[in-house]
Design a binder for this molecule. Sequence first.
Ligand code: E4P
Length: 273
Amino acid sequence: MKIFIDSADLDEIRQAFAWGVCDGVTTNPSLLKKAVDKRKAAGEKLDIKEYISQLLQASQGSPVSLEVTELTAEGMIAQGKRLFEMFNHIARNVNIKIPINPALKDGDTTHFDGLKAVSVLSDEGIPVNCTLIFTPEQALLAAKAGAAYVSPFAGRVDDLLRKRAGIKFDKSDYYPADGFVHNNELLEDNGIISGIDLVRQCVEILEIYEFDTEVIAASIRNPRQAREAALVGAHIATLPFSVICDMLKHEKTHEGVELFTKDIVIEYVNMLK
Ligand code: E4P
């Protein structure tokens, strides 16, 4: 499984690439706002174009998703092309992130505009990461429209299931991949029993029909969920910096280092000087 970092924070991206575990980057408007706010709070006068250029260079030629902000097909296509023209020459690694359905509510006329934008941009050779996927059928349509990637949002599915059931939770709380029984009922959203189940079903459908589209397990909130994304065959998991860090931790690893450190033989250390 490839690992992308889900961040627009240059320091985090540089660090993750320096560790040798990163295969790409995903950003979204909220992540970009967080990164920009951090720079501004530090008193920096931000040149956003320069910042994004640095971000693309930091990603060492691996794919970086930049999201559009428009909500109509025309707007998204124009922005997607603009982003690609403006930035792809820097490291040849720009993907355009398009929401599967940009309608703000059911019945809006822009319902199919995401698909249209995916199709037009993909036909022009611009790789698209189709985002905000919450059903396997959305993933299937995005793949048919030519998306290079689809991003099912695992954590937000778990949020939805818990919220509907009136369960209090923290965003990083683990939610069982095999579903959760509450008041004698298995929580589900139209046959999806967890965020990881959504990822699994997306992978399965795209593999049955041999699409080239890769599934990015997105909205991953903790290490166990990252593990489960790998177990269900996600091609990629996009992980927040904090999750990448937490994946390394185990109390027995710390204890082991402490015990080995206490037992160091001085002659051994001297030999290595
Ligand atoms: C994916 O590409 C999104 O940027 C991201 O994974 C969303 O995660 P969140 O639900 O934790 O905000």
